[in-house]
Design a protein around this ligand. Structure first.
Ligand code: ZN
Length: 307
């Protein structure tokens, strides 16, 4: 069976009273897991959050970005995910290597690794796309579940006042070379707007409840359209958008150099003296940028020398 590629479908149903998005994120979650050398349980927690980022990103305006931040008390320490409206997402966990045994249902103990704390969602104009700073919109809720899908649904329903159902999943398999790999990841989001009838609400609740795990649907070969149809039950939907989604970071050697160039010359001199160069690692994608002594010296003010 051919593996489904990473893909997102955004749609509307019930005369616009229902908004729905589904995404397959297997490859991007696998890439994040690999880049951060994340443990299986962290891969599940980070992968669910990356998938939530992709889903929320699809609801943004063209030039906005969304940040999902979990400041949590569990061993993972925290999760940061950033997504734009074009299917790009990146993210990291504070402690990627911690792990926990499977829970009593033989599933990853995401709740255990996340613990309590706060979930923040920030929406702001993407500075790199617009060159404009605007006050971000920020909402927050306490982490009520720790399983992430329930927390994102709680945030959307409570803080943004849009009744929402969210399902997120990551499934991994043992792998000879890498210990494990992400075999399936994805999720869906269903939101209802004022005017929706009680009948529709009841039926949607029932079809969402009856839907199999999203990773089970993906492993059966379903794409985002089939996942949406399963979640929506009897209701037909109209597709508004279908697009690729991917792990993508905005860091680059040039950006790393600009950060160094903005440092105090005294700090650059200290780096030259003590380390003979500089090394910077991007939190989001774990890429490392190295600058040798000559490159550092070039960033010092003209005529400056080191003794
Ligand atoms: Zn990066």
């Amino acid at each position: 069976m051919e593996k489904s590629r990473d893909l997102l479908v955004r749609a509307t149903a019930c005369d616009g009273m229902v908004r729905c998005v589904a995404a397959i994120t297997t490859d991007l979650v696998d890439e994040a897991s690999r880049r951060h050398r994340a443990s299986p349980t962290v891969s599940a927690a980070l992968g669910r959050t990356l998938t939530a980022g992709v889903l929320l990103g699809s609801l943004l305006k063209d030039t906005e970005k969304v940040t999902i931040l979990l400041q949590c008390t569990g061993p993972i320490g925290g999760i940061t995910v950033e997504a734009d409206a074009h299917g790009n997402v990146r993210g990291y966990a504070k402690n990627p290597h911690v792990d926990l045994p499977l829970n009593e249902k033989k599933k990853f103990d995401v709740r255990g690794i996340v613990g309590g704390g706060m979930l923040y969602v920030l929406r702001e104009a993407d500075y790199y796309r617009t060159g404009l700073f605007r006050d971000p919109y920020c909402g927050s809720v306490p982490i009520v579940s720790g399983e992430i899908a329930e927390d994102v649904a709680y945030y959307l329903t409570q803080s943004e006042q849009i009744p929402s159902a969210v399902s997120l999943g990551v499934f991994v398999l043992p792998d000879d070379e890498r210990f494990f790999r992400v075999e399936a990841a994805g999720g869906f989001l269903i939101q209802t707007f004022p005017g929706v009838t009680n009948d529709v609400l009841r039926n949607l609740e029932a079809s969402v409840m009856a839907a199999p795990y999203v990773t089970e649907m993906i492993r059966q070969g379903m794409g985002p359209r089939e996942i949406l149809q399963t979640a929506l039950g009897e209701y037909a939907f109209e597709i508004l958008e279908e697009k690729d989604v991917r792990f993508a970071c905005t860091c680059s050697p040039e950006r790393a150099r600009r950060i160094l160039a903005a440092l105090d010359p005294e700090e650059l001199r200290a780096m030259l003296r003590e380390d003979g160069g500089a090394e910077m690692t991007c939190h989001f994608c774990n890429a490392t940028y190295r600058f040798d002594a000559e490159e550092l010296r070039a960033l010092l003010p003209e005529g400056d020398s080191i003794h």
